[in-house]
Design a protein around this ligand. Structure first.
Ligand SMILES: NC(=O)c1ccc[n+]([C@@H]2O[C@H](COP(=O)([O-])OP(=O)(O)OC[C@H]3O[C@@H](n4cnc5c(N)ncnc54)[C@H](OP(=O)(O)O)[C@@H]3O)[C@@H](O)[C@H]2O)c1
Length: 237
């Protein structure tokens, strides 16, 4: 899209299709990787509309059955969609390293990374991962951050293989990050699950906001403000 193009105004009523249609020319020919694409989630809706135009869509999640269900649903709507299923458990550093190596070994360039996945349904008790990291912190921040860093060289390389293109990384956050604190006492005395979620959603914002361009790749972090979307995670709450 040229810098002189006037974008339409998006609102809470704008559909995913409408946004993808506006950016269709930018999505065409690109490889987009999105994490957390199970049916009914924000990630699935994003993947579903991007699949209409992308050259390759990589959908990533830790449950192979749910990944296949998402692929089937997207292909039912867009039979020509080119989809690659990537198994990654973002709460495990070993799994993140393995998945990043798999992506780096693909012959296709990587243009856009959307870090959408998050542990939104962890329950009320403190849980530690096999790396001894609190589960939501591992899944919502440490895992995606490591994944991103391991993919940065491939993202940067896409700008040379696709003339004039600037690679992008997007971190989904949440306006619940306003309730979170990075240290000290919790500002909001809700359930452990929600307090923890708020803190973990603050991390990407606090970590990335100072520069917005770590490693020379523009990174953005939409802390969704338009309201609550009825996803699997929200149904659980
Ligand atoms: N819904 C809202 O109103 C809202 C508001 C503000 C921000 N957000 C943000 O938007 C994003 C999507 O939210 P959502 O409501 O669509 O959430 P969701 O329905 O709970 O979906 C989360 C996705 O992340 C995946 N995931 C969870 N743990 C994972 C792991 N260890 N490794 C890999 N993938 C994992 C889930 O896979 P499984 O299904 O296989 O568990 C699922 O596909 C999140 O970053 C959330 O913080 C949502």
């Amino acid at each position: 899209m040229s810098s002189t193009t006037t974008l339409p105004t998006f609102s809470f009523n704008t559909t995913a299709e409408e946004v993808a249609n506006v950016f269709a020319d930018e999505i065409r020919g690109k490889t987009v990787l999105i994490t957390g694409t199970s049916l009914k989630g924000i990630g699935f809706e994003t993947a579903r509309v991007i699949a209409k135009y992308a050259k390759l869509l990589i959908i990533a999640g830790y449950n192979e059955e749910r990944l296949k269900l998402s692929e089937d649903a997207i292909k039912k709507e867009t039979p020509s969609a080119n989809i690659y299923r990537l198994t990654v458990d973002l709460s495990s550093l070993a799994s993140v390293r393995k998945a990043a190596a798999e992506v780096n070994a693909l012959p296709d360039p990587l243009h856009v990374l959307i870090n959408n996945a998050a542990a939104t349904r962890t329950g009320f008790a403190l849980q530690l991962t096999s790396d001894n990291i609190e589960l939501q912190y591992a899944t919502n921040h440490v895992g995606p951050w490591l994944f991103t860093n391991l993919l940065v060289p491939k993202l940067l390389a896409s700008s040379s293989s696709t003339e004039g293109f600037t690679p992008r990384v997007i971190f989904l956050s949440s306006d619940t990050h306003y309730f979170g604190t990075t240290r000290g006492s919790m500002r909001w005395l809700g359930s452990y699950e929600l307090v923890s979620y708020s803190r973990r959603r603050l991390r990407p914002v606090a970590h990335i906001k100072p520069t917005g361009r770590p490693h020379g790749v523009p990174m953005s972090f939409p802390a969704k403000k338009a309201g609550t979307l009825q996803s699997c995670g929200v149904e659980h709450v």
